[in-house]
Design a binder for this molecule. Structure first.
Ligand code: NAD
Length: 496
């Protein structure tokens, strides 16, 4: 069992951790022998070496998954459920270690990983361990003919590709329903955050997951990721990541008619009506704007506030944002850690610069905190930033920034704000704040987004469908929706 401890980051232990692929329940070096550095965002320095896997590694992983498939697909739901519960229990017993690893790799506060990311990863396995033993098929009498019923078959070897913002949370959200449904998998975590996926492999071994059921290939999108999408015998791709990548995956997989689930980007509206509980709206909006450094696809990055309470809301949000502590991810009172990479920090700060060129006013933030010294002076930190004065046509109000940057804009009528919220190529989520139940139902019904929260944010019921409209994705995950995606459903008609 490999264990992980933050103390490895002390100067005395500066040798880089090396990650290897996980194929047939064994750690395997990349065929080309090439590794690249991955960086610790809070310190801005390399701390681990990641295999730069290519098509040959994907082929090895595919072969392992394909030879595991016949036996795994024939196991009973109860057997699969049992192993998944063991995975969940082992993960839970290593909660602190996984939380520290996630924080060090991604930049987020340890406390966030300990209370959100890793518990959700545990829950993903438990949820589908339970779901699969309670799953039923459809059946109906066909008068004069006989009985129609459905039967599910696993699809085969699944390609699971995940992003860097919620690394273990989102990867396990794919692995759990995939293996619960009897498929085997070739996974490709983000090249920026491979560590907890690597640690998860040791959990699989300890839980007794049969050889080859889940294989992990580390590397870049253009290398290992594209090789999975191009592989002619991987019939299903579940992808979470950017919209531009999603479009490439649609194009590259089209010739093989792959089953696709795409969870993509967003530019979510957070709508605050004057009749809302302003205190509650403010307290949640500071989280929906800046949690995980704003690197959550569901963050409400476009805030629209009804004019009579606009100034009061802006003042309240600025005061709360200024109170947030940015810095050492290990410290329990840290609210924002570091952004995931230097490239991403440059992208996000580029948008702050652009907002000035577009006529915006930075109400707070916009800078790397000057208080960060010593070990954190090279980290990719950024203050929570609120920008006013932009028009809805500005790029900063239209493009996904995916950092601790929100825009705020006043509106006058319900019709106007519905039009503003829907005026986007994205349609992932939206929050609505009002105490008027009829208005809540009207607005929620009119919003073009896969999830609408009323007087809350990021509350997630795993039984419910989750996904995006428009360029925010294709398909729905969660509950039966994932089981349907990871299955081929056959109708059998049996004559009397
Ligand atoms: P990304 O698209 O750059 O990368 C995601 C994954 O795809 C990585 O593992 C990457 O290596 C791989 N990849 C890149 N190019 C590929 C290709 N051509 N073929 C196959 N795989 C390829 O996204 P990111 O920067 O890691 O993540 C941020 C994005 O993810 C944001 O847009 C965010 O909104 C989105 N996201 C969406 C959801 C959701 O549920 N809708 C959740 C989290 C993140």
């Amino acid at each position: 069992m490999s264990t992980f401890s933050y103390s490895e980051s002390t100067p005395a232990a500066m040798s880089l951790i090396t990650i290897d692929n996980f194929i047939n329940n064994a750690y395997v070096k990349p065929q080309n022998g090439i590794y690249f550095d991955t960086f610790e965002p809070s310190r801005g320095r390399p701390y681990a070496k990641i295999p730069d896997s290519a098509a040959t590694d994907v082929e090895l992983a595919y072969k392992a998954a394909a030879s595991a498939f016949p036996a795994w697909s024939k196991t009973s739901a109860a057997e699969r459920s049992n192993i998944m519960n063991k995975i969940a229990n082992l993960l839970e017993s290593r909660l602190d270690e996984f939380a520290e690893a996630e924080s060090r790799d991604q930049g987020k506060p340890v406390e966030l990983a300990r209370t959100v990311d890793i518990p959700r990863a545990i829950h993903n396995f438990r949820f589908y361990a339970s779901k699969i033993i309670h799953a039923t098929e459809e059946a109906g009498e066909l008068p004069g003919v006989g009985l129609s019923y459905t039967q599910r078959m696993p699809v085969g070897v699944a390609g699971l590709i995940s992003p860097w913002n919620l690394p273990l949370y989102l990867l396990t959200w794919k692995i759990a329903p995939c293996i619960a449904s009897g498929n085997t998998a070739v996974c490709k975590p983000s090249e920026f955050t491979s560590m907890t996926a690597f640690l998860l492999c040791s959990v699989f071994i300890d839980a007794g997951l049969p050889t080859g059921v889940v294989n992990m290939v580390f590397g870049t999108g253009m290398g290992a990721g594209q090789a999975i999408v191009d592989h002619p015998r991987i019939p299903l791709i579940s992808f979470t990541g950017g919209t531009v990548t999603g479009a490439k995956i649609i194009a590259n997989s089209a010739k093989h008619f792959k089953k696709l689930s795409l969870e993509l980007g967003g530019k979510n509206a957070n709508i605050v009506f004057a009749d809302s509980n302003l205190e509650a709206a403010l307290n949640t909006s500071v989280r929906s704007s800046f949690a995980n450094q704003g690197e959550i696809c569901l963050c409400g990055s476009r805030i629209f506030v009804e004019r009579p309470v606009y100034q009061q809301f802006l003042d309240g949000l600025v005061a709360r944002a200024k109170n947030l502590k940015v810095g050492d991810p290990r410290s329990k009172d840290t609210n924002l850690g570091a952004l995931v990479s230097r490239e991403h920090w440059e992208k996000v700060t580029g948008y702050i610069q652009l907002s000035l060129e577009e006529g915006g006013k930075i109400e707070c933030g916009g800078q790397k905190p000057s208080s960060l010294q010593d070990e954190f002076k090279d980290g990719y930190f950024l203050e929570p930033t609120i920008i006013s004065g932009l028009t809805p046509q500005c790029r900063v109000m239209r493009e996904e920034i995916f950092g601790p940057v929100v825009t705020i804009y006043p509106f006058d009528t319900e019709e106007e704000v519905i039009q503003l919220a829907n005026d986007s190529v994205y349609g992932l989520s939206c929050s609505v704040w009002t105490e008027n139940i009829r208005r809540a139902r009207r607005v929620a019904g009119a919003i073009q987004a896969g999830t609408v929260w009323v007087n809350t944010w990021m509350a997630r019921d795993l039984r419910m469908p989750f996904g995006g409209m428009k360029q925010s994705g294709l398909g729905r995950e969660g509950g039966d929706h994932s089981l349907n995606f990871y299955s081929e459903i056959k109708t059998i008609c049996l004559a009397d």
